[in-house]
Design a protein around this ligand. Sequence first.
Ligand code: XMP
Length: 338
Amino acid sequence: DWVMGDYIAEAVAAIRAQVGNEEVILGLSGGVDSSVAAALIHKAIGDQLTCVFVDHGLLRLNEGDMVMDMFARNLGVKVIRVDAVDDFMGKLAGVSDPEQKRKIIGKEFVEVFQAESKKLSAAKWLAQGTIYPDVIESAGKGKKGAHTIKSHHNVGGLPEDMHLKLLEPLRELFKDEVRELGVALGLPREMVYRHPFPGPGLGVRILGEVKQEYAKLLQRADAIFIDELRATLATERDVAAGACTEADIGKSWYDLTSQAFAVFLPVKSVGVMGDGRTYENVVALRAVVTSDFMTAHWAHLPYELLGKVSNRIINEVRGLNRVVYDVSGKPPATIEWE
Ligand code: XMP
């Protein structure tokens, strides 16, 4: 619509005025905020923007390829993809404490990003997808606490040692405005309305020690769950079962949940396949409904949907032979398992 068109024209002019002919770098995470920031800045200054995408092996299935397709191929944005999987896995070996894992992933992310940025010596600006709620949060808690949760997401805390000026074109926008802006800039709706994904990624969804082999199994199980949630629309029967309301009929279960994902449990259980026994790992499915992520209800997904997801995971992902569904509310449980 024209209001958004005006907004984009103004934002583009402001970025051009701010940056002039200098070079900008941006850490692209695949998340909504950094993606929208990248699309907007690219519209303003084109090739003066270089994005760095760090693949730590703990992202969603094919996330790296998706980011490259969307930004490099479709939008013509300069994106450097850094394959840091071995680095991250090496640093995480033998570590099972959740907070320790978060710290390692955050620190490693900053190091990889910084090393890559140093190669772009012409850069004078660091762009971030900071949005208005992040700004408020920072003001309230002071710099340190503010970005601990999202630090590896938006690369907060980097500029001090990097001597870069900060470019934060989304600072005045709320999340829903960022999403509208993303759609107006041509990003796929499906991407812009994705569920939130934590900075440490699958690192906190593989309980205990993180191994690449576990990450690969989990990525596939998670992708099946998400595919089926997207493909299954709420029906009259779900209303009758008390799972949703009349107004939800025809919406996908992906859109009816606030966050949904699979969790890898480093526990083996016995199964049967053909005439043989299997002894393989378990995945838990987690789907919640919440408005603020501070409290949450487990989603009343239709049994048919859960059954289909379970069958597909067990049949398609060798190494997983049991699927369970998490029926814990927050509080007392958290949304993530770590
Ligand atoms: P919990 O598990 O605390 O999660 O109920 C609430 C929301 O926060 C997300 N989350 C994180 N996001 N880094 C992030 O960027 C993290 O370390 C982290 N831990 C939890 C979680 O996915 C949920 O949306």
